[in-house]
Design a protein around this ligand. Sequence first.
Ligand code: MG
Length: 382
Amino acid sequence: MTQAATAALIVAAGQGVRTGGTLPKQFAMLAGKPMIAHSYAALERHPAIGRVIVAIGDGQDAALTAALGDVERVRGGATRRLSVLAGLEALAGAKPERILIHDAARPFLSDAVIDRLLGALDTNDGVVPALPVADTLARGDGALGEIVPRDGLHRIQTPQAFRFNVIFDAHRGWTGEEPTDDAQMLRKAGGRVALVEGDMMLEKITYPADFGAAERRHEVGMRVRSATGFDVHRLVEGEQLWLGGVLIPHDKGLSGHSDADVALHAITDALLGTIAEGDIGTHFPPTDPQWRGADSAQFLEHAASLVARRGGVIDFIDLALICEAPKIGPHRAAMRDRIAALLRLAPGQISVKATTTERLGFAGRGEGIAAQAIATIRIQGE
Ligand code: MG
């Protein structure tokens, strides 16, 4: 099955605001990024999924753009059901075969859950992730009432996966009360919905205290990784000197296939190292003419996007430049700000240092500049 056959819809049209905040909850910060960015990244990076669309509420365009950039979106409706319907209508023209419908309020979506859903969808019209109920369930109104037997009871999560036409028909033919999810609609239309194992990490964020609890659950699974990068380029006359993404006035510049920014190359290699994704030459071969004179900022941004796609969060970059000249001090703040902007980090997460080699070796003789970087990230443990 091709990627185009599978689409995903994230329902993010709620207007409820996190306590103390002004943005709707799905755009509030959670574990380092807007809540919706977590599930969007999980769906967008999954190799089986070709398209992700977000259903937002009135007045939420700017919040979505701030959170995710210029991603595909559709205006939702007054209820969750109508928001899903708007998303399905927007997708129908492309005739996807399968659709995952997900709530932005369940941010920590793993590849394993997506794989289970899509696997079971081969032989079912609908599949939902579910967890058995472990707690005793009881009615109550200030005092304990009747116990509800929990045998066979499940908590139903999202994403829910469907054959596209089947769920689209169920939506278009819906006449009942407002459902809380899409699987109920398929079931009422006579379809069978299979259960696959859900995930504790998919707990819905409903109450203010859920933010803290979700962050703690997420943190427990995060592991710190550090990796190094190193690069050298030759200093020659007649070239511009790009260093740390900044053009520096100097009588010589660095020579290389791209703009030869050793600092950005070392950081790029360090970031690629944290996710064991080879090195800069793997992704941007020097034999490829399209990288001739290229702005190395794009190499760095690509490495950062690969880290983000794996669910990684960059914590810190430490860079050391090794050269006799030019003096780095006067340009340190500009480099820090530029690298921070490229990585969407705060300047305080970037350290730029410099050293000479006491006139020893190639750097000491002014024949070239070397750069060494260490990147530290956090990523869900493997
Ligand atoms: Mg290089």
